[in-house]
Design a protein around this ligand. Structure first.
Ligand code: FAD
Length: 402
């Protein structure tokens, strides 16, 4: 029988994970990525839970731990760099039985990509422009490549998904803005640096943070509270830099030297912090996965792990009924939805603690974090949100296959 063909838009985190598991299940995936290569940039992400389990099934844990970091401490500092709060990251290790690691988003993307390179068709520098589904498949038009037929189309193209817009409707129908803008970039040669310490400075409505990486590199992160999304072009790095200068030039601590480093860097990830809520993640032969379907927001810290779990479940369910994709999409959604709903709720609670909007809020957050060293307090405040309550089937077992 002919292998089912699947076009996947987006080679971020969900896309390569899905391609890997679809190929494993006997499908023929084609990945289309708008960027000319796997996108670098972004910040460090925390990686644990059900996503960590999927990475383990892909044999990626040794590499993820090698490229990742066992962060030792989250240190909250004042304008003079003095410690005013924070906690030892042991608390995360303890709550997850040591199955926890921090890794640059770009590294995770690169490792996932390495798993599919040479195993499936990958088209860089192109984008889908039209998807026309019919009873037997989908006709897909591209910006550059000629129109092609596939059995299925999947949108794994992130928060601002093109597939979602083409098939399900305009972005603002599904997006809930959470009141923050974020910027992240990496640069070489910055000092001061403290190994394995995440150093973060907050004033009402603003946070600047840095984390020292290997090879004399440092990752920087800005969060800005804004009632309305700030309107700078998605690809207009000059305007994004200017905005960060306006907001942070006078903010104190290391803001000025960090902004100077930004000026000579050509790397900046800048976006609004939003969630995606949809009534359905599929329509006929088209489905969405990862941020495109259910973005929990950047501040959830778990977007990549959620993207990987969704991709694994979606591929697994398609593998169980390759001739009935609609039933597979329905099972995927039934399994994932309650889990995602909880994560999205937790992300909203969590977002406010990143950049409290008042002086009292900042002070209160600092005090709370200072007592996280006491196990039952940490368990009380972070335990429930940290644990992943989802029974992910093991699709590698024969009883979970077609
Ligand atoms: C450059 C970058 C930096 C990020 N930095 C952080 C961070 O610091 N912290 C954090 O928590 N999260 C960050 N994120 C978001 C985080 O990666 C996602 O929440 C999570 O990984 C979910 O993965 P995803 O695969 O669903 O989406 P993403 O990882 O966002 O991947 C989507 C992919 O689709 C591609 N794409 C978009 N539109 C099209 C199109 N029309 N055609 C083809 N391809 C398209 C994008 O280029 C991207 O490669 C970042 C995302 C990107 C793209």
């Amino acid at each position: 029988m002919r292998a089912k063909t699947v076009v996947i838009s987006g080679a971020g985190i969900a896309g390569p994970t899905l391609a890997y598991w679809l190929a494993d299940r006997g499908f023929e995936p084609t990945l289309v990525e708008r960027a000319p290569q796997v996108r670098s940039g972004g910040y460090i992400i925390d990686f644990w839970g059900a996503g960590y389990d999927v990475a383990e099934k892909m044999g990626l844990l040794p590499e993820i731990h090698r490229e990742g970091y066992d962060v030792g401490e989250l240190r909250l500092v004042d304008a003079h760099g003095r410690r005013v709060g924070g906690f030892s990251a042991d608390v995360f290790q303890r709550l997850t039985n040591g199955r926890y690691v921090s890794i640059a988003r770009s590294e995770l993307a690169r490792l996932l990509f390495g798993k599919i390179e040479g195993r499936c068709e990958i088209i860089f520098g192109d984008s889908v422009t039209r998807i026309t589904p019919d009873r037997d498949g989908v006709s897909v038009a591209f910006e550059k490549a000629a129109e092609r037929r596939f059995d299925l189309a999947i949108g794994a193209d992130g928060l601002h998904s093109r597939v979602r817009e083409l098939v399900f409707g305009a972005e603002d129908t599904f997006e809930t803005y959470l009141g923050y803008m974020v910027g992240a970039f990496q640069a070489e040669g910055y000092g001061p640096r403290e190994d394995l310490v995440y150093v973060s400075y907050t004033i009402p409505g603003k946070q600047v943070a840095r984390f020292a990486m290997r090879g004399d590199r440092t990752m920087f992160f800005f969060i800005l509270a804004a009632d309305e999304p700030v309107n700078v072009g998605a690809h207009d790095m000059a305007a994004q830099r200017k905005l960060l200068h306006t907001e942070f030039d006078e903010a104190g601590w290391e803001s000025s030297p960090i902004l100077r480093v930004l000026d000579s860097s050509d790397d900046l990830y800048f976006d609004r912090v939003s969630q995606i809520h949809m009534d359905a993640w599929s329509k006929g032969r088209v489905a969405l996965v990862g941020d495109a379907a259910y973005c929990a927001s950047l501040l959830a810290g778990q977007g990549s792990a959620l993207a990987m779990v969704g991709a694994y479940v979606l591929a697994g369910e398609l593998g169980r009924s390759p001739d009935d994709p609609e039933a597979a999409f329905a099972r995927y959604e039934r399994l994932m939805r309650p889990f995602i709903a909880k994560k999205q709720k937790a992300a909203v609670r969590f977002a406010a603690s990143f950049a409290p909007r008042t002086r009292f809020g900042v002070w209160f957050r600092n005090q709370i974090t200072s007592v996280f060293g006491i196990p039952f307090i940490a368990q009380l405040f972070i335990g429930p949100d940290l644990l992943d309550r989802i029974d992910v089937p093991d699709y590698t077992r024969p009883e979970n296959q077609a």
